[in-house]
Design a protein around this ligand. Structure first.
Ligand code: ATP
Ligand code: MG
Length: 581
C-alpha cells in the first residue's frame, strides 16, 4: 500500500505549510472539546453545593463562549488548511495525469476506453483527495483524542474507566472488518461508474448512427442495465452503512450502560460526585468517534491506495513513440527516402497469413515533387503515410528525410514540418477561423483568409451566420463533409510545411471544386513536397509520380501518362472513372 503513495510524497511536501497549521488547528479543536466535560463537572458540582452565584454563572458562560469561539475558528482552520491541501493535491495530480495523457501515443488511446479514463480522472481522484485530507484528519483526531481521553479518565477514575471501555475496541475491529467488504463494494461502484460513463460517451458520440438505424431502444436497454448495475452496487454500500452506524451506536450504548450501572453505584456510594459522573459520560461518548476514526483512517487510506494504483498505472505508461535521447541537429527537409520498409500493426501479423500491412517498400520522393498514391481500400495507403510524421513508428533505418532517419529527429520538429490532412476529418468545437489557425496559432487574419480562399471554404462563409467566426461542432452549426474537409486542408496549409500529406482529403468534395483547389494548391506549394492519397485518377493526374499500392506492396509506379499506357490496375481504374464522368 505504501508504495502507491510514493506519487503523493512530493505533493504532500509541497503543501507542508498547509498540513502543519492544519495539524495545530485540529489539536486546538480537540483540546477545546476535551475541556467541555470538565466544565460540565465544575458547573454540576457547584450547583450541588448550594453557594450558587451570578458571578459564577457569568464567568462560566463567558468561558464557554470563548472556548466555542476558539473551537469554531480552529475548525475553520483545519478545514481550510487540510481540506485545502487535499484539494490542491487533487488538482495537481489531475493536471499531472492530463499532461501525461497528452504525451502518450495514439495507440494507447486506441486500446483504452475514454469512459474509463474519465472515471479515473473523477472518481479515483476523489478517493485520493479523501486519502490526503480526511484520512489525515481522522488519524490525528483519533490518535490524539483516544490517548488524551484515556489518560484523563484512567488517571481520574481508573476503575470505572476500565469497566466502561471494554466494548469500545469492538468498534475498531468492526470498522476494520467491514472495511474489506466496503472496499469490495466500492470497487464495484467505481467500475460501474466507468461503464456508465463509457456507455453515455459512446451513445452520444454515435447518436446520428443510432437515430438513422432507429436503434434507440437497444441503447436505452443497454443504458438501463448499466445504470441498474451501478445502482445495485451503490445499494450494497447503502445497506452496509445502514447496518453499520446503528451497530456502532449500539456498542457505544453498551459502554454508556456499563457506566450508568457502575457509575450510578459510585455516585450513590459518594465515591464520585455527580459532576464526575456527567464528565465521564461526556468523555465516553466522545471516545466513540476516535475508535471509529482509527478504522476509518485505514479504510480511507486503502481506498486511496486502490485509486492511486489506477492512476499510477496511467502515469507509468510510457509513450511508445518519443524523441530520441540525442536528436539530430538537422531540420527535416530534402528528399524522402524509404528503404526496405516492412510494417505490421503489433499483434495483427497472424491476420492474413503472416503478411505485414506494408511489405518491401522502396521509394524516393524528391524534394519539391508531388507523389500520388492509389490503391484499393485497405491496401495500406493510410498506414504508409502515417509512418512519415511517426504517428505510427517505422522500424529504424527505413524512412529518411534528407539523410536522417526520421527516428533521429526531435519528434515535435519532425511533426511540425509535416502538414497532415487525415482521412477522417476532426474539427474542434470552436470557430472556423480558430480551426484554421490551429495549424499556426500566431497567424494574421489575412493569412487565414488566404488559406480559406485556397481551400475555397471562403465561398461558403457567406452562408454561415457569423462568417468565419461561426462556431462549429458541438457548440455551433454542423458543417457538410466537404466543408469540414476544406477547413482541414486550410488548417494544414497554413503551417506551410515542407511536406504536406493529404489522405483522401477531397473524398467529400466534388470534382470541379477539387480541380479548383488543386490548381491553387500546387501553385502555392511550388518547391515543396506533397503526397496525395486518392481514389480518383483526376486528383492523381496532378502528381509528378504515382504509385499504386496493393496488399501493402508497390505494384506500379510512374507518371499518369506512363501508367495510363501500361496494362494494370491504374489503367483499369482510370478507364472506369472516365466512363463514369
Ligand atoms: P482506405 O482506402 O479504405 O482508406 P487504406 O489503404 O488507407 O484504405 P489502411 O488504413 O492503411 O488502408 O489499412 C491497411 C490495413 O491495416 C487494413 O487491413 C486495416 O484493417 C489495417 N489496420 C489499419 N489500422 C490498423 C490498426 N490501428 N491496427 C491494426 N490494423 C490496422
Ligand atoms: Mg486510408
Amino acid at each position: 500500500m505504501l508504495k502507491e503513495f510514493k506519487t503523493l510524497i512530493p505533493m504532500v511536501k509541497k503543501y507542508k505549510y498547509f498540513y502543519i497549521p492544519g495539524f495545530l488547528s485540529l489539536i486546538l479543536v480537540d483540546a477545546g472539546e476535551l475541556y467541555i466535560p470538565r466544565l460540565m463537572k465544575k458547573v454540576i458540582d457547584y450547583i450541588s453545593t448550594n453557594d450558587f452565584s451570578l458571578e459564577f454563572v457569568g464567568k462560566t458562560v463567558g468561558l464557554i463562549i470563548i472556548i466555542a469561539l476558539g473551537v469554531a475558528i480552529a475548525r475553520f482552520g483545519w478545514r481550510f488548511f487540510i481540506i485545502g491541501a487535499s484539494r490542491r493535491i487533487e488538482s495537481d495530480l489531475r493536471y499531472k495525469l492530463f499532461s501525461h495523457l497528452l504525451t502518450l501515443s495514439s495507440s494507447y488511446f486506441g486500446k483504452t476506453k475514454t469512459g474509463d479514463l474519465m472515471a479515473r480522472a473523477t472518481n479515483d481522484m476523489r478517493a485520493i483527495r479523501m486519502a490526503s485530507g480526511m484520512a489525515f484528519v481522522a488519524f490525528v483526531d483519533a490518535t490524539f483524542l483516544t490517548i488524551a481521553i484515556l489518560i484523563i479518565i484512567f488517571s481520574e477514575y481508573p476503575k470505572l474507566a476500565a469497566i466502561s471501555i471494554i466494548p469500545l475496541p469492538v468498534i475498531t475491529l468492526l470498522v476494520l472488518l467491514t472495511g474489506k467488504l466496503i472496499r469490495k463494494y466500492f470497487k464495484a461502484v467505481q467500475e460501474g461508474f466507468s461503464r456508465l460513463t463509457e456507455n453515455v460517451q459512446e451513445t452520444l458520440s454515435g447518436i446520428r448512427v443510432i437515430k438513422s438505424f432507429a436503434r434507440e431502444d437497444f441503447f436505452q436497454d443497454k443504458f438501463f442495465k448499466t445504470n441498474e448495475e451501478y445502482k445495485n452496487s451503490n445499494m450494497h454500500l447503502v445497506r452496509l452503512w445502514g447496518f453499520f452506524f446503528p451497530l456502532i451506536n449500539f456498542i457505544s450504548g453498551i459502554s454508556i450502560m456499563l457506566l450508568f450501572t457502575f457509575g450510578g453505584i459510585a455516585v450513590i456510594e459518594k465515591s464520585i460526585t455527580p459532576g464526575d459522573f456527567v464528565a465521564l459520560i461526556g468523555y465516553l461518548t466522545m471516545l466513540t468517534w476516535p475508535v471509529m476514526g482509527m478504522g476509518c483512517t485505514v479504510n480511507i487510506l486503502q481506498r486511496g491506495a486502490a485509486s492511486l494504483s489506477r492512476i499510477n498505472e496511467i502515469l507509468q505508461q510510457e509513450a511508445e513513440i518519443k524523441s530520441p535521447e540525442t536528436s539530430s541537429k538537422f531540420i527535416p527537409g530534402g528528399n524522402i527516402t524509404i528503404k526496405n520498409l516492412n510494417f505490421s500493426y503489433l499483434g495483427s501479423e497472424t491476420r492474413n497469413n503472416n503478411a505485414g500491412i506494408l511489405e518491401e517498400i522502396n521509394l524516393v520522393i524528391p524534394k519539391g515533387s508531388t507523389l500520388g498514391i492509389l490503391g484499393r481500400t485497405g491496401s495500406g495507403k493510410s498506414t504508409f503515410i502515417r509512418l512519415l510524421p511517426r504517428l505510427l513508428d517505422p522500424p529504424a533505418g527505413t524512412v529518411f528525410i534528407g539523410n536522417t532517419d526520421i527516428r533521429d529527429f526531435e519528434l515535435s520538429e519532425l511533426r511540425s514540418s509535416i502538414g497532415f490532412v487525415p482521412q477522417d476529418t476532426f474539427l474542434f468545437s470552436s470557430t472556423i477561423k480558430e480551426n484554421i489557425k490551429f495549424g499556426k496559432p500566431d497567424a494574421e487574419d489575412s493569412e487565414v483568409m488566404k488559406m480559406a480562399d485556397l481551400s475555397t471554404i471562403s465561398r461558403d462563409l457567406d452562408d454561415f451566420p457569423d462568417g468565419w467566426e461561426t462556431e462549429v461542432g458541438e457548440r455551433g452549426i454542423s458543417l457538410s463533409g466537404g466543408q469540414k474537409q476544406r477547413i482541414a486542408i486550410s488548417r494544414a496549409m497554413i503551417m506551410d510545411p515542407s511536406i504536406l500529406i493529404l489522405d483522401d482529403a477531397f473524398s467529400s468534395v466534388d470534382t470541379a471544386t477539387e480541380e479548383r483547389i488543386l490548381s491553387g494548391f500546387l501553385k502555392v506549394r511550388k518547391g515543396k513536397t506533397n503526397i496525395l492519397v486518392s481514389h480518383r485518377v483526376s486528383t492523381l493526374f496532378h502528381a509528378d509520380t504515382i504509385i499504386v499500392i496493393d496488399k501493402g506492396r508497390i505494384i506500379q509506379k510512374g507518371t499518369h501518362k506512363e501508367l495510363y499506357e501500361e496494362e494494370g490496375f491504374y489503367r483499369e481504374i482510370a478507364i472506369l472513372q472516365e466512363a463514369e464522368a
